[in-house]
Design a protein around this ligand. Structure first.
Ligand code: C5P
Length: 215
């Protein structure tokens, strides 16, 4: 099996940015596992499937035509990369992610991404469940306020109206759901390198990650 580096952490901790930088630097594949859960959340909402119905969601997940084209996510061939980045889809993703059948259906797709020369996988349970035997694992964290602030700036830069207090509430609710669920809850693997990025720049975090990669 190809080598895997995992990067987990809560929403807005910067793992997506760091994972993309690392994959680019190493020339490895990149797996944004959150995009898969977002894609399923989006598909379920579009098809009117109840987000509490694990059985129906599992069936939907199994038959879902969800593929990556580079970093674009395609649902039945159409590009949904922009559609899945809303807070509504993020909330739907964290609701569908609670179900055992959904997580089982996702497992194969995710493991298939571990191809030569290597894979950088970002998510919530990459180091604890999906790639538990990965040689190198990171867990990025940051305070709730800092993560909401980053998200606020990101939305502002895109010209999207956002309310900071609402973002804090959304993140807190989603974190709670991700941490407290029975299956694959958000947690650092015992052998993960934990980095608190609250007061760090992206470059400083990347430098620390590269330091560990070179060892
Ligand atoms: O990382 P991102 O914010 O795109 O993930 C959206 C949601 O998908 C998360 O809140 C989480 O509930 C779920 N997820 C998951 N396991 C992963 C990645 C994401 O349960 N490996």
């Amino acid at each position: 099996q190809a080598p895997v580096i995992t990067i987990d952490g809560p929403s807005g901790c910067g793992k997506g940015t760091i994972a993309a930088m690392l994959a680019e630097r190493l020339g490895w594949h990149l797996l944004d596992s959150g995009a898969l859960y977002r894609g399923l959340g989006f598909a379920a909402a579009s098809a009117g499937v109840d987000l509490d119905d694990g059985e129906a969601l599992g069936r939907l997940a199994q038959g879902l035509d969800l593929t990556f084209s580079g970093q674009r996510l395609l649902l039945e061939g159409s590009d949904i990369s922009a559609d899945i980045r809303t807070e509504t889809v993020a909330a739907a993703a964290s609701r569908v992610a609670r179900h055992a059948r959904v997580r089982a259906a996702m497992l194969g797709w995710q493991r298939d991404a571990a191809r030569p020369p290597g894979l950088v996988a970002d998510g919530r349970d990459m180091g604890t469940v999906v790639f538990a035997t990965a040689a190198l694992k990171f867990y990025l964290d940051a305070s709730l306020n800092e993560r909401a602030n980053r998200r606020y700036k990101q939305l502002n830069d895109k010209g999207v109206d956002a309310n900071l207090a609402d973002l804090v509430d959304d993140l807190r609710e989603r974190d709670g759901r991700d941490q407290q669920r029975a299956l694959s809850p958000l947690a650092a693997a015992g052998d993960a390198i934990v980095i608190d990025t609250t007061t760090m720049s992206v470059d400083a975090v990347f430098a620390q990650v590269m330091d560990a990669v070179r060892r």
